[in-house]
Design a protein around this ligand. Structure first.
Ligand SMILES: Cc1cc2nc3c(=O)[nH]c(=O)nc-3n(C[C@H](O)[C@H](O)[C@H](O)COP(=O)(O)O)c2cc1C
Length: 209
């Protein structure tokens, strides 16, 4: 069987070509949030485009997975924050099943971070703070509260800058149960470090690549 042109195209593309940094899984932070900030700063210093873009995985009412890219808004002891509409498909999926996953990929460093946990709505005050910090254009779009609905030609319109926070606007924090830091190596001896939440704090273990 001959290889398809697409397969040939893909086979020419390098992955984890390097040079890639070392990661010493012994010299690590006690909590995964702190380790994440160390890596985030290194991703910014390396010039990675949009290092705060992350993939949020959810499941719908039928148990079917879904995923999309969002922007990380903050990170603290409550977890990884993102802002969106509760009326969007992802918002409805989370209302049914709050267990979610986040993935970051920083190609220039060969690094991936995976977070599994529970999405918690941070309330109206957090939603308002996020909403008013957005640009006027972003506020107008959010005010329509139509994210992911079918756009009929006659409904193609943009709202004016709203005077109040849309009811569905929310900031969620993903409270982590586990966080994995994955450092790719050109020799494929990838280094994986998994933090699991235990009674009082975190336990970090190595995983086979
Ligand atoms: C780089 C990037 C950043 C994005 N940031 C956000 C965001 O912060 N919040 C959001 O609701 N959608 C964001 N989106 C759009 C989502 O990926 C998605 O299309 C939208 O939220 C609808 O998802 P849903 O239908 O699963 O609810 C972003 C997309 C990209 C590519």
């Amino acid at each position: 069987m001959t290889a398809s042109p697409t397969r040939l195209l893909l086979r020419k593309l390098p992955s984890l070509a390097g040079p890639l940094p070392d990661f010493d899984p012994v010299a690590i932070a006690e909590v995964p949030q702190d380790q994440f900030v160390i890596w985030l700063r290194e991703a910014i210093a390396a010039g990675i485009t949009e290092p705060h873009a992350m993939t949020l995985g959810t499941v719908d009412a039928q148990g079917r997975p879904d995923a999309r890219v969002l922007i990380l808004k903050d990170l603290d002891e409550r977890g990884w924050h993102y802002a969106t509409s509760r009326k969007s498909p992802k918002g409805q999926q989370i209302a049914g099943t709050s267990e979610v996953a986040l993935t970051f990929y920083w190609p220039l460093l060969g690094r991936q971070v995976r977070v599994r946990g529970t999405a918690v709505d941070l309330g109206r005050e957090a939603a308002a703070a996020d909403f008013w910090a957005r640009s006027a254009e972003a506020r107008s779009g959010a005010a329509l509260e139509r994210q992911s609905q079918i756009m009929d030609a006659d409904l193609e319109q943009s709202a004016a800058d709203p005077s109040e926070v849309p009811g569905g606007w929310s900031v969620f924090a993903v409270r982590p149960d586990s966080v994995e830091f994955w450092q790719g190596c050109t020799d494929r001896q990838h280094v994986r470090l998994l933090y699991n939440r235990i009674d009082r704090g975190w336990k970090a273990t190595r995983l086979w690549p």
